[in-house]
Design a protein around this ligand. Structure first.
Ligand code: NAD
Length: 263
């Protein structure tokens, strides 16, 4: 029960394969009280069905939140202020790029596709942190974390515009960590290995990446949503009270490798 007494907001559950759902399940197991955001009414049905498996959807505060809509982002935290008055952790598990902008050659990325990917996948962490900060400070401090991928430091064909968005996101994590730190608010990123989800299905070559991980990563296997969830528990818990501004790799060590290993 590492999160007993903690109140956490989970952003980005689309279905049972979502990394956010792996995080929610781990938080629930560890005794956290949870609230959720969902992108639209269709995804609310998915979320409600999942929440029914862990105690009933009516018991969890849920908020509509398209991160391109400033009023909705603000309303989430106003709602949590009314309901809880404080917050211990925020899991930001949100990203989007059009399939076209992921698929086209890098020099062909469109201005509009670039702006969209950066707005949803990177900028959104800033208003989330801004509105979450007073609630986290009211708890004496807390934890914000987001999800990234190592296409930032290495070229992963097919990741294209999303790699740029993740580079921006990782930089935001460091700047937010620096500025929110005096209020004891930690900001980190988890860099997960390739996992099959709705979002990753838009990345051409995700299956190849997973095969390569099995052949090449130090642990010779892919990672699961549950394994990401367990590291998220650490980041939301007091065990990580001195950890901020980091990118923590949960990728079987794949980020270390330069070339494929001999079997
Ligand atoms: N799956 C992987 O291999 C992998 C690896 C590393 C990092 N990540 C990151 O993990 C995070 C979660 O992705 P996932 O793989 O679980 O896929 P997913 O499709 O389950 O989750 C993506 C979420 O982003 C939400 N979203 C998209 N646009 C939004 C908007 N405008 N407003 C609000 N929400 C919006 C979707 O509703 C969805 O819930 C993403 O940041 C992704 O880049 C995924």
């Amino acid at each position: 029960m590492l999160l007993k007494g903690k109140q956490a907001l989970i952003m980005g559950v689309a279905n049972q394969r979502s990394i956010a759902w792996g995080i929610a399940s781990a938080f629930h197991r560890e005794g956290a009280t949870l609230a959720f955001t969902y992108q639209g009414e269709r995804l609310k049905e998915n979320l409600d069905a999942l929440l029914d498996t862990i105690g009933g959807h009516a018991t969890f505060p849920t908020f509509p939140c398209d991160v391109q809509n400033d009023e909705q982002v603000q309303a989430v935290f106003a709602g949590l202020q009314d309901r809880w008055g404080r917050l211990d952790a925020v899991a930001h598990c949100i990203a989007f790029a059009t399939r076209e902008d992921l698929a086209r050659p890098f020099p062909e990325i469109s201005r509009s596709g670039y702006a969209l990917a950066l707005d949803i996948s990177a900028y959104s962490l800033i208003p989330v942190a801004r509105h979450a900060a007073p609630l986290l400070a009211a708890a004496g401090g807390g934890s914000i974390f987001s999800m990234t991928y190592n296409a930032v430091n290495r070229v992963v064909p097919g990741y294209n515009v999303m790699a740029v968005a993740k580079a921006a996101l990782e930089t935001e994590v460091r700047y937010l960590a620096s500025e929110l730190g005096p209020r004891q608010i930690r900001v980190n990123a988890i860099s997960a290995g390739a996992i099959k989800t709705l979002a990753s299905s838009a990345v051409k070559g995700i299956s190849k990446l997973r095969d390569l991980t099995e052949q090449t990563a130090p642990l010779r296997r892919n990672v699961t949503q549950e394994e990401v969830g367990d590291v998220a528990v650490f980041l939301a818990s007091d065990l990580s009270r001195a950890v901020t501004g980091n990118t923590i790799f949960v990728d079987s060590g794949m980020h270390l490798m330069g070339i494929a290993q001999e079997q």
